[in-house]
Design a binder for this molecule. Structure first.
Ligand SMILES: Cc1ncc(C[n+]2csc(CCOP(=O)(O)OP(=O)(O)O)c2C)c(N)n1
Length: 905
């Protein structure tokens, strides 16, 4: 018996106060359609809709369409492939993918992996691989749903790109390597499988937003005349649950606004996510249809397979569409999980018209009625329509069953996402379901299956890929190097600043302006901002190189006569992303991976408020790191005290620490323009000339101060992260000496706080008669990286002569070290364990505040006086200074003994 609550829900009547009149209207419209065709119907509907939307009537169009396919049967193109062969191939992919996950978990239960996602997506992928995803150097950019990776591996196995050994080492890269095979990463990852995966998608939401900006960047390259990308498309296969990630949906309007008809998304609407239904009480396809259509995308609903065509044709009363409109996803999931008999009773049994439709069908046939996303012909029609769509991106909302074909063991089950093991009977049932050429034993033992090379399937598979230009996915890294101009050409002013006042941000903008003029490198520079160009003094670039706009500038800018006028142009160079750090970093990653994706090296500089970088879009930065990005991130107005009055949400004290955790990120905190110039030059050469897969994060400050010329010969040490800036020794026999003659400290400073440290060294000499060395720490993370490697080497090579790291060489001996920065103490503490001497870190832990720089530095206890006190205290611990000297310093400098943290209480 059916559940009465479901029955009443399904049987709710549509509101229609006069069905006879409604019928007449329907018939009129139908006769117009017959007589003059769909265009005339559209015209009439526009007129009626206009009238009906008048205030007196107040009609609003429903934002959705019925729960049926967008592409009518009559509009479906003929399927160009060999359907039977493709179905057999799809079955093999399903099997090998399943076997891969189940085998790994049989051996090691901890490895994890997913079967159900790819089971639902297999047909969506296969149509792509057989007919649409172009391969080769100028192939399409495809974003693969991460937990469907086993299916992509299964295909590569049949294609001969992966071996059985590789498959047997799914999720075991380390063991695989030890055994001389490659092993397969859990999710797409360009470091772990550098010639295979282009885009990391394992973190939900990153793939969708990245795909939009990659499609946009292709237009940018083309419009700027750098590279013709017209033949390439971007495809993204994503989950319906994944659409809930803010990043997934945040750039939809950009894609539509910029008419990205080179972009197609396929949302695999299996109606489930990990825990349960995506919209148990609603319909995700309807919700997404409204959102995408509202954003300006073409929406193609691919809901039902060909088996339903006959039912729809016979359904003259619209009973099916009516029933669908009252069925929520939670119920559709139950229908997916249950057998034909249940579906006959509970779906078709809900009204006589439906029951009549199902009359000629066996329970088995009802069970096999396909959803649209499992029907190769319908999928092909949808993809083809997307390819032919002009002027807007397309989303295909494909309804599927999660765990399709897993039967009792998983199809439509709440727990199916994490199903990794199948029993013998389930495996044999799966074999039967997909007619796999496996014996019971082969099925039960999870044998991989690859047809012989001369089989029809294999010949077909290879023919299709070669017709599409080669294998996919494929990642390349063979861009030509780009030569970098000599630093003296654009950075001389910074190297020989001779005390000129400027901020490091100003110095950067000046150098960028110089680089943009270089004939070779200039065109490859991609300046990126998120509505802060004026903040960073970059407004001059608007006119000089223009702001990229796919349709130029269709208005007269208010400031047209000015030298700084706001100039948008089709070949504009600046990517002005508006207030979207997520968008800007996605643009940056697109440019930063252009060397690999397009074989054309670009050099992106994304400059932003440092607080809104690693903290705000840290996961997108990780994704950029994963895909081996090359470029510069510039954390401007950096530091917790250097930004001054902005207050706590803007003041960044932690970005460098976060940057230090990203393996291929080189993070620097220079104080002086000359230091920055050296880092810029080195970074460009490393990335563009030597083509190393690193990227740079460099902080820039907005504080104007006198910039000294860079001391001679320190360039290498600037890059290593530490150089000796100066030493302040007191007079030979200072009358003011408060410590023993041997008292000496090393003061280490970074970024804007280096200047406080320099001042402290002078105070130590003049007020206390104590010698202090001053060291500029351009990068604590680089120092730590080097020291870590050397420590490890020494540990594992006990018989070799011990190596010495840069930081140990610089700060050798017992002279106490005091390090002060504008960041949390953990930043300088990255080197603490590698320094033999006593180490004191001063920093800006806690929330930021609004005030003057001086007040903030005093508050956070990183100003010159606190540095002096820390130095005296360190010397006191060595018995070189009396306690009274410390007390005297506190009194003399008026230092507060109140705990700043108490302010928060
Ligand atoms: C940012 C992020 N959050 C959570 C996860 C964990 N996770 C992996 S798959 C998944 C469910 C995916 O559901 P859906 O997008 O509907 O895809 P399906 O597997 O159903 O095809 C979740 C929550 C993740 N990978 N990334």
């Amino acid at each position: 018996m059916s559940d009465p609550s479901i029955q009443s829900q399904l049987a709710a009547p549509l509101i229609d106060s006069d069905p006879i009149e409604t019928g007449e209207w329907r018939e009129s419209l139908a006769s117009v359609l017959r007589a003059t065709g769909p265009q005339r119907v559209r015209e009439l509907m526009d007129v009626l809709a206009n009238i009906a939307q008048s205030p007196e009537i107040g009609w609003h169009p429903a934002r959705g369409t019925p729960y049926v396919n967008t592409i009518a049967v009559a509009q479906q193109p003929a399927f160009p492939g060999d359907l039977a062969t493709e179905e057999r191939l799809a079955s093999l992919m399903r099997w090998n993918a399943l076997a891969m996950v189940a085998r790994a978990n049989k051996a090691y239960g901890e490895l994890g992996g997913h079967i159900a996602s790819y089971a639902s997506a297999a047909d969506l992928f296969e149509v792509g691989f057989n007919h649409f995803f172009r391969g080769g150097a100028q192939g399409d950019l495809v974003f693969y749903q991460p937990h469907s990776a086993p299916g992509v591996y299964a295909r590569a196995y049949l294609e001969g790109r992966l071996t059985e050994d590789d498959l047997a080492h799914y999720r075991q890269e380390i063991t695989a390597r030890q055994r001389g095979v490659r092993g397969l990463s859990s999710y797409p990852h360009p470091w772990l499988m550098p010639d295979f995966w282009q885009f990391p998608t394992g973190s939900m939401g990153i793939g969708p937003i990245s795909s939009i900006y990659q499609a946009r960047f292709m237009r940018y390259l083309k419009h700027r005349g750098l590279f013709d990308t017209s033949a390439r498309r971007v495809w993204g296969v994503f989950g319906d649950g994944e659409m809930d990630e803010p990043e997934s949906m945040s750039a939809l309007t950009l894609a539509a606004r910029e008419k990205l008809d080179n972009l197609t998304w396929v949302v695999n609407c299996n109606l489930q996510r990990l825990d349960g239904p995506v919209r148990g009480n609603g319909r995700i396809i309807d919700e997404l249809e409204a959102l995408f259509a509202g954003a300006g995308w073409r929406v193609i609903k691919l809901v039902w397979g060909s088996d339903w065509d006959g039912l729809f044709a016979r359904d003259t009363e619209g009973a099916l569409a009516r029933a669908f409109s009252k069925t929520v996803d939670g119920q559709f999931q139950t229908f997916a999980a249950k057998d034909g008999r249940y579906n006959r009773e509970h779906f078709f049994g809900q009204d006589p018209a439906l029951a009549a439709l199902a009359q000629g069908l066996t329970d088995e046939q009802i069970d096999r009625l396909k959803r649209g996303g499992h029907d190769l012909v319908k999928i092909h029609a949808a993809y083809q329509a997307a390819m032919e769509t002009t002027g807007r991106p397309t989303v295909i909302l494909a309804q599927t069953k999660k765990g399709y074909g897993m039967g009792e063991a998983g199809q439509g089950r709440m727990t199916t996402h994490q199903q990794k093991k199948l029993e013998r009977d389930d495996l044999i049932a799966f074999r039967d379901r997909f007619k796999l050429p496996l014996s019971d034993e082969q099925a039960a033992s999870l044998s991989f299956y690859r047809p012989s090379d001369d089989s029809a399937e294999m010949r077909y598979l290879h023919a299709r890929r070669s017709a599409l230009g080669g294998m996919a996915p494929i990642r390349r890294s063979d861009a030509a190097p780009v030569s970098v101009p000599p630093l003296s050409r654009y950075g001389e002013f910074a190297l020989r600043a001779e005390g000129k006042e400027m901020s490091t941000t100003m110095a950067f903008v000046r150098m960028l302006t110089g680089l943009l003029k270089d004939p070779d490198l200039g065109p490859r520079v991609v300046p990126i901002v998120a509505d802060e160009a004026r903040t960073f003094g970059m407004a001059n670039l608007f006119k000089q190189v223009g702001i990229y706009s796919f349709n130029g500038q269709t208005y007269e800018p208010e400031d047209i006569g000015s030298v700084l006028s706001y100039r948008e142009a089709t070949d504009g160079q600046i990517l002005e992303e508006g207030i979207s750090e997520a968008g800007a970093i996605s643009s940056w990653a697109s440019a930063a991976t252009s060397y690999s994706v397009h074989g054309q090296a670009m050099l992106p500089f994304y400059i932003y408020y440092s607080m809104f970088g690693f903290q705000r879009v840290g996961d997108l930065i990780w994704a950029a790191a994963d895909q081996r990005s090359r470029g510069f991130l510039l954390g401007a107005t950096a530091g917790r005290t250097t930004l001054g009055g902005e207050g706590l949400q803007h003041q960044d004290g932690s970005s460098l620490l976060q940057a230090s955790t990203v393996p291929n990120c080189r993070a620097y905190d220079p104080c002086f323009a000359g230091e920055f110039a050296v880092i810029l030059d080195h970074g460009m050469r490393q990335m563009l000339e030597r083509q190393e897969d690193v990227f740079y994060y460099v902080t820039l400050m907005n504080e104007n101060y006198a910039q000294p010329s860079l001391p001679a010969g320190v360039e290498d040490d600037v890059i290593k992260g530490l150089y000796r800036y100066a030493s302040h020794a007191p007079d030979k026999t200072p009358s003011n000496r408060k410590g023993k003659a041997s008292a000496k400290v090393r003061l280490v400073g970074s970024g804007a706080i280096l200047r406080e440290v320099i001042a402290a060294s002078e105070l130590l000499a003049t007020d206390w008669g104590i010698e202090a060395e001053v060291w500029s720490a351009t990068s604590f993370s680089e120092l730590a990286r080097d020291a870590r490697e050397i420590e490890r080497f020494n540990r594992l090579h006990p018989n070799d002569e011990a190596r010495v790291s840069h930081v140990q060489r610089c700060l050798a001996g017992a002279t106490p070290v005091v390090a002060a920065t504008d960041y949390v103490r953990a930043w300088p503490q990255l080197i603490a364990s590698y320094v033999d001497a006593p180490f004191t870190a001063l920093g800006t832990d806690g929330f930021g505040r609004s005030d003057t720089r001086a007040a903030l530095r005093r508050f956070f206890e990183i100003d010159r006086h606190h540095v002096v006190l820390a130095a005296l205290t360190a010397l006191r611990a060595q018995g070189l200074v009396e306690a009274s000297a410390c007390a005297e310093a506190i009194a003399r400098y008026g230092l507060s003994v109140d705990d700043p943290a108490a302010w928060l209480a």
